[in-house]
Design a protein around this ligand. Structure first.
Ligand code: SAH
Ligand code: SF4
Ligand code: F3S
Length: 438
């Protein structure tokens, strides 16, 4: 094979923002080792696949892509293939035994060991549960200079009965305020305007030595000069405190948007999911949010067809969607995951029922989102310019503080990272159209 160099890497990512950000760190570590990057796997000497195991579908997509890389390696035996992320962590040594052509694997807590794995530890699964390694601050190569993700905590202690994450990301560990603030100050000096703080359950953040809360962390981040907007994901409803609601209300840079996964509108199902709140508790938190932060946008996650979900439970979810009126929802068919309690529960539903329920949920939510977005027509809103639209080079896109995408035609020279005001001229299900004000 011609056309590839020794130190050229191809990286591919599946999964959540946490994984996308982990790939940025993998790239940072590789750059430190002198690697360059390609978007053509055929030209790479090293392929790293950062995987997700949240649902079976994510796993399937990755496995079929891996088949392609296996064929590449047959033609070019010197090619190194590494598997990272949640599937690597979940499967441990077994993944290497079952997939002999994979050279090494490493979990999210072992990214720091990448250089040593490339050099000498072939056929190794680096999946130790080693919080000390995970907390090492790693350099990241970010694709966008103006918006950045910053980890504030790792892992999860919640053990929702359907969820594999506590088994792939380990126990919850918070990063010290000082190192978070230090990283964001550096990003601000490099022209970053928007920060998204990342954790599986940001509301339970606690500085390991000072015990500062998430709301206190937000105060520190809000005070960093040159940062214009602060976002965070994900919030667990059971830990959403009055203190945090006041922080979102009072701190000017913290955006009026919260992603607050409901999962189901049935308290019986919520209890079987081990979510530790009832629908009524959730509803009360929504009331508090809306009372204190007028205009806040609220998005959510819903699981369709959890084991034992009756037609009535499903109806309860639909009524919850109608009653609350989310700005948007991600909905998924329940998927049986290894190591989880729900995998062993009675009452597993047919794929067809799950698909039908998912469809009704998505259709209902689409109508709700459409109605909410239509109300924005005619309003003047501040957006942060994100750059040229990926789908149409004549359009640019930006985002409102409430996390809605606005497409527009630039009428004067604009740059990524600028804050501008637009008049909303039209609305669609997943975006708005705007006209920049002169
Ligand atoms: N820590 C975050 C989200 C983690 S995963 C939180 O608690 O909100 C993102 C979403 O994937 C979850 O909110 C849930 O709706 C969905 N999900 C997780 N496990 C799933 C499974 N086994 N089947 C279907 N959806 C799942
Ligand atoms: Fe999974 Fe629940 Fe933890 Fe979210 S809070 S990562 S859904 S176990
Ligand atoms: Fe994220 Fe998927 Fe792991 S959603 S935490 S990459 S299982």
């Amino acid at each position: 094979m011609k056309g590839y160099l020794d130190k050229v890497a191809y990286l591919q990512t599946w999964g959540c923002q946490m994984n996308v950000h982990d790939t940025e760190k993998i790239a940072g570590v590789l750059r430190g080792e002198g690697y360059l990057f390609t978007d053509k796997p055929e030209e790479a000497a090293l392929i790293i696949l950062n995987t997700c195991s949240i649902r079976e579908k994510a796993e399937h997509k990755f496995m079929s892509r891996l088949g392609y890389f296996r064929r590449l390696k047959r033609k070019r035996p010197g090619l190194l293939i590494a598997v990272a992320g949640c599937i690597a962590q979940q499967e441990g040594e077994r993944f290497l035994i079952d997939n002999q052509y994979v050279d090494f694997t490493f979990g999210p807590q072992n990214i720091v060991r990448l250089p040593e794995l490339i050099l000498k530890d072939m056929r190794k699964a680096a999946v130790d549960d080693n919080p000390a390694l995970a907390e090492t601050d790693l350099p990241a190569i970010r694709n966008d200079d103006t918006r950045a993700w910053v980890n504030i905590m790792y892992g999860c202690n919640n053990f929702c009965s359907y969820c594999v994450v506590p088994h792939t990301r380990g126990r919850e560990r918070s990063r010290p305020v000082d190192s978070i603030v230090g990283e964001i100050k550096t990003l601000a000096a490099l022209c970053c305007k928007e920060i998204t703080l990342l954790g599986q359950n940001v509301n339970s953040y606690k500085d390991p030595s000072t015990r500062a809360s998430f709301a206190e962390l937000l105060e520190h981040v809000n005070a960093i000069e040159d940062i214009e907007r602060v976002r965070f994901v994900t919030s667990h409803p059971k830990d959403l405190s009055q203190e945090l609601i006041c922080a979102i209300r009072d701190l000017p840079k913290v955006c009026e948007h919260i992603h607050l996964p409901l999962q189901s509108g049935s308290s019986k199902i919520l209890s079987m999911m081990n979510r530790k709140y009832s629908y009524e508790d959730y509803r009360q938190k929504i009331n508090l949010l809306r009372e204190h932060i007028p205009g806040i946008s609220i998005t959510t996650d819903i699981i369709a067809g959890f084991p034992g979900e009756t037609e009535q439970d499903h109806e309860d979810t639909l009524s919850a969607l109608r009653e609350i009126g989310f700005d948007g929802a991600f909905a998924f068919k329940y998927s049986r995951r290894p190591y989880t309690a729900a995998k062993e529960m009675d009452g597993q539903l047919d794929e067809q029922i799950k698909s039908e329920r998912l469809k009704t949920i998505l259709e209902l939510q689409d109508d709700i989102t459409d109605k909410i977005n239509r109300r924005l027509k005619g309003q003047t809103i501040e957006i942060l310019v994100e750059g040229v639209s990926a789908s149409d080079p004549n359009h640019w896109t930006g985002r409102t503080r409430t996390n809605k995408i606005v497409n527009f035609t630039p009428e004067k020279s604009l740059e990524k990272g600028m804050l501008i005001t637009v008049d909303i001229t039209n609305s669609f299900r997943h975006s708005l159209q705007g006209r920049p004000q002169g």
